[in-house]
Design a protein around this ligand. Structure first.
Ligand code: ATP
Length: 949
């Protein structure tokens, strides 16, 4: 094996030849490959040379991008203008303290913002990495699963339906392999692939049928491929502009918050201008004096902590979700989850356990119920029909049994069939030694059928256990076994195997089989039909319509798939949370109804709409049907139908979460507001199309993620409520205090300290608040609803002014008590300036500054719940907030009592009594907020049906 890796500046190799023009052996040799794939050592060394197989995030944001975004934000621009004005109009001869303060806080703010953003981005990148596809690779002679990032040129990868092509590859083996290349070439039809050589250097990508390209996916069949180019050397890597998923998306909530920030900035500007003009023209102050107040107002109103809290909460939300087994692939999903009104869920595996066990066999002549515990079944002598049914079911199967014969790997439906065959001593391995499989038509949820074709031995003799079936083969060299949804099977059968004979299927037989199928289905049993026939030649096997026809019907196999116990609670939780659950399944309508009713999704007489009915319905009919709250079940649907269902629900104003696992589910997942893919059973394609991946495939996980989404939304609303009402109070005191003869109550630096550190730190703590007890007991927020709606709006409108007035009253009384003069009556600027540096005034200012900080702490406690009293929120549920509260108190005391720092903040040490006064003030504010919540609770109770009016 050559150890030297050929240098490949572009894809031209060997004398300028492109990969698709090389014979397979040459391509393999070129990459130094032996049959067992690369060795781990060789792969590691190539990894060093070629780097990880990933696209550089060209569109991603660097620290500089983030920095620029921060610096150019409206809030920072306002602060910068304020800083420059403070520098230009500084009164007195000392250092420009306000300007220095503003600029240092701008720096702090930007650094904090950049760090938060960067960390959030890293967290999301880590989540993205977790969701990067895994591939099956042959290394050291064994098939291993690994992340697609670890592929190197020379790796042999397995491709199967639904898997993404992880790098640029030369096809080595193709079993009906078709690759959907629309993402790269725009061609919507999947391309059939083969392993031969192609002529023509200038063949377009779409015509290179022996190649697979990164970013495309296998839509049918399976195959093996040799990785020839990885990472940025792939065709996709060359077209860097195609990498759309790395674009920085602003979430609707971020947009809303941005808008809010801008509106506040505008209000600040107007208030500041009005205050400045009144100061100069009515009170006769100088521009320098009023500008300081105007600056204070503008910095007071801007919620500086908001951007940091916002990104932090979303990222924390995504991390919490992953702990609950929901992996977020797109950040906007975190908040959209909070608004979900309908969950459309698959049945098998999501609502049920996907642990199938065969419980019934039914042919025209026999019906047996099987003991699910038994390790061995007997087929009584003279029941060749049962033997044929079980053997054919087991042969038409890809599942591989484990040595215990009781478990297996593969589709659970097929594992169940394989286990049953094994228990009857009719296992696939033994039968295939006589009847080797030569071709197959894979299962797809559109046809709801699967077929395998086997070569009969010379002379056509079948194994003795199923020899009686020979009657249906007409001496053909091949035998076809088909299994699938019982109704679909009946539609393609024209004969039946009964009493050891093959005879035409009569209407009476069909009616009996349909009745047996319905009976089993209405007991919640999943039913599969099985059939076979002889095939004269293999030429047309790739066309299902030509092979899956004129079959001999063998019988029905019934299997149970118990509902997930946790799904029932999750459905009930959804109901109280105002979320509707709709089951969409490929299974029989009666089976679907049984399971849906069992889980509380629909009633026993609830309407089940089938795929056939759906096709006949117009969009208006469908919407009308969906308006009925008892129409929560769709059965025998194909993935394409899901798209219509999502569309109709969305047109009815719903925010829809939709699950899916197959290739064909991708469009519906994209269309849904929250596309949910299955982490265990889902195809790569469905995962790539999804916003969220369920790591445990469990319905209850969707509900948990919705709960976390609501928590994120609540926490942001909480911070907005906290921050804006506090800022309104600050603006009121700064704007009004000079009008009633006091000094401006807060200096710009004090306001900045309060907004950035006090609110910022407390805000981060609030972002960590856990779910309130009623989080899943109230209807979802509509995405159109303003962030300051309902209780938040009322709180801001009431608490902001109330606290502002309270502070003014306390400030006024203190001013009087200290015997300070009415500033309005001092007409001389120098005298006014002298007063403002008077120790008594400094003490008064420090008192107000500290009262404000303590008040914020009191408010943070109370804001932990929108409605419930603060003492009902245990401190241990949000230790971060407790830490932040301690930090805020310490910081405030540090600023007030540390010599040197004091001067910077125009503060003096407060007496114990004054500190007590500040704490008392915080208590009063806390009490007011609690009273307001008590009122809100009363109103909420009165609105409940049956509640007090
Ligand atoms: P979901 O509820 O997730 O849609 P489902 O398994 O009920 O899952 P499909 O996978 O579309 O839905 O299957 C539809 C029908 O096809 C099943 O009811 C069954 O009769 C049949 N079927 C399922 N798996 C196989 C298989 N491997 N081979 C043949 N037929 C199958």
């Amino acid at each position: 094996m050559p150890t030297e890796i050929p240098s490949r500046p572009d894809t031209r190799v060997l004398d300028g030849k492109l990969w698709h023009t090389l014979p397979l052996e040459t391509a393999l040799a070129q990459l130094g490959l032996s049959h067992g794939g690369l060795t781990t050592a060789e792969a590691n060394s190539r990894r060093e040379t070629f780097g990880p197989n990933e696209l550089e995030e060209k569109g991603g944001r660097t620290v500089w991008h983030i920095l620029w975004e921060q610096v150019s934000s409206v809030m920072i621009v306002i602060l910068l203008i304020a800083g420059v004005l403070a520098l230009l109009f500084k009164g007195g001869g000392g250092p420009p303290i306000d300007a220095i303060a503003i600029f240092s806080i701008v720096i702090l703010f930007v650094v904090q913002g950049v760090m938060q953003e960067y960390r959030a981005q890293k967290a999301i990148a880590a989540l993205k990495q977790m969701s990067s596809p895994t591939v099956k690779v042959v290394r050291d002679g064994q098939v291993q699963e690994m992340s697609a990032r670890d592929l190197v040129p020379g790796d042999l990868v397995k491709l199967e339906t639904g898997s993404v092509v992880p790098a640029d590859c030369r096809i080595v083996e193709s079993v009906n392999l078709r690759i959907q290349e629309a993402a790269l070439t725009g061609e919507s039809e999947p391309i059939e692939k083969f392993s031969g050589v192609l002529e023509g250097e200038d063949l377009s990508l779409g015509d290179r049928k022996n190649m697979g390209y990164m970013g495309t996916f296998a839509s049918y069949g399976r195959g093996e491929a040799l990785v020839v180019e990885t990472g940025m050397r792939t065709e996709l890597g060359k077209i860097a502009s195609m990498i759309q998923n790395v674009k920085h998306e602003e979430t609707p909530l971020q947009k809303k918050l941005d808008k809010l920030g801008k509106t506040l900035a505008l209000i600040a500007l107007v208030v500041a201008v009005v205050v400045a003009l009144t100061g100069v023209y009515i009170e006769g102050k100088t521009w320098a004096e009023v500008l300081i107040i105007a600056i204070a107002i503008s910095v007071a109103i801007v919620p500086e902590g908001l951007p940091a809290v916002q990104t932090f909460s979303l990222a924390i939300g995504a991390q919490r979700m992953v702990k609950r087994k929901a992996l977020i692939r797109k950040l906007p999903a975190v908040e959209a989850l909070g608004s979900v009104t309908v969950i459309c869920s698959d049945k098998t595996g999501t609502l049920t356990q996907n642990k199938m066990t065969v419980t019934e066999l039914e042919t025209l002549d026999h019906r047996v119920e099987l003991d699910t515990q038994a390790r061995q079944y007997d087929i009584e002598h003279g029941q060749p029909e049962l033997a044929a049914l079980v053997a054919c079911g087991g042969l038409c199967c890809d599942a591989v049994l484990n040595p215990d014969g009781e478990t297996g790997v593969g589709d659970p439906t097929e594992v169940a069939l394989a286990v049953a065959a094994h228990r009857y001593n009719l296992s696939r391995i033994a039968l295939e030694s006589v009847l080797p499989r030569v071709a197959e038509i894979p299962f797809d949820s559109g046809r709801k059928l699967m077929t395998t074709i086997h070569k009969l031995p010379e002379g056509g003799a079948l194994p003795s256990t199923i020899s009686a079936m020979a009657a249906g083969l007409n001496g053909s060299p091949y035998v076809v076994f088909t299994k699938g949804a019982a109704d679909n099977m009946l539609a393609i059968c024209d004969r039946v195997f009964s009493v050891g004979q093959v005879r035409p299927l009569t209407d009476d037989d069909r009616a009996r089989i349909h009745a047996a199928n319905s009976k089993m289905a209405s007991d919640g049993i999943r039913v599969l039909g099985v059939g076979y026939h002889g095939l004269p030649d293999l030429s047309e096997y790739e066309q299902p319509g030509k092979v899956e026809r004129e079959l001999v019907f063998l019988g029905l196999v019934g299997m149970i798939d118990p509902a997930r116990p946790e799904a029932k609670d999750a459905v009930a939780k959804c109901k109280t949370a105002g979320i509707r659950t709709i089951m969409i399944t490929g299974d029989h309508p009666d089976t679907a109804r049984y399971i849906a009713a069992d889980l509380g999704i629909t009633s026993h007489d609830g309407r089940v709409i089938t795929g056939v009915e759906l096709e006949k319905m117009s969009d208006t009919d469908l919407k009308k049907a969906l308006k009925d709250a008892n129409t929560n079940c769709f059965a025998r649907v194909s993935p394409e139908h899901k798209l219509r269902i999502v569309g109709a629900l969305q047109e009815l104003g719903n925010i829809v979460a939709m699950t899916g696992d197959g290739v064909n589910d991708a469009p519906a997942l994209k269309r849904a507001d929250i596309g949910v893919a299955m982490g265990i059973t889902g195809t790569d394609v469905s995962k790539e199309a999804a916003d969220m991946v369920l790591l445990d495939d469990n319905f209850a996980t969707i509900v948990a993620a919705i709960e976390e989404g609501r928590v994120v939304y609540d926490n942001l609303r909480r911070f907005v409520m906290f921050s804006i009402s506090g800022n309104i109070a600050k603006v009121i005191i700064v704007a009004v205090s000079p009008l009633i003869g006091l000094a401006a109550m807060l200096k710009p630096i004090q306001i900045l300290f309060s907004n950035l550190l006090t609110d910022g730190l407390l805000g981060l703590g609030m972002g960590m608040e856990a779910a309130e007890k009623n989080t899943m007991q109230r209807p979802p927020y509509s995405p159109q609803e303003s962030i300051i709606s309902r209780v938040v709006g009322r709180h801001i409108a009431i608490i902001g002014p109330v606290i502002g007035l309270l502070l003014l009253v306390v400030g006024y009384l203190q001013w009087q008590q200290l015997g300070l003069p009415n500033v309005l009556q001092i007409k001389n600027e120098a005298e006014r300036n002298a007063l403002f540096t008077d120790p008594k005034v400094l003490m008064w200012g420090t008192l107000m500054f500290t009262a404000l900080a303590m008040m914020q702490v009191g408010r943070a406690f109370s804001s932990r719940s929108f409605l419930d009293p603060f003492w009902k929120q245990p401190l241990r549920t949000n230790k971060v907030l407790v830490g932040m509260i301690l930090a805020v108190v310490t910081l405030q005391l540090f600023v007030v009592y540390t010599p040197g720092v004091q001067t910077f903040f125009s503060a003096v040490s407060l007496s114990g009594t004054n500190l007590g006064l500040c704490i008392a003030f915080a208590m009063v504010v806390l009490t007011i907020m609690e009273l307001l919540k008590a009122l809100e609770r009363r109103n909420a109770a009165a609105k409940q049906p049956g509640g007090k009016k």
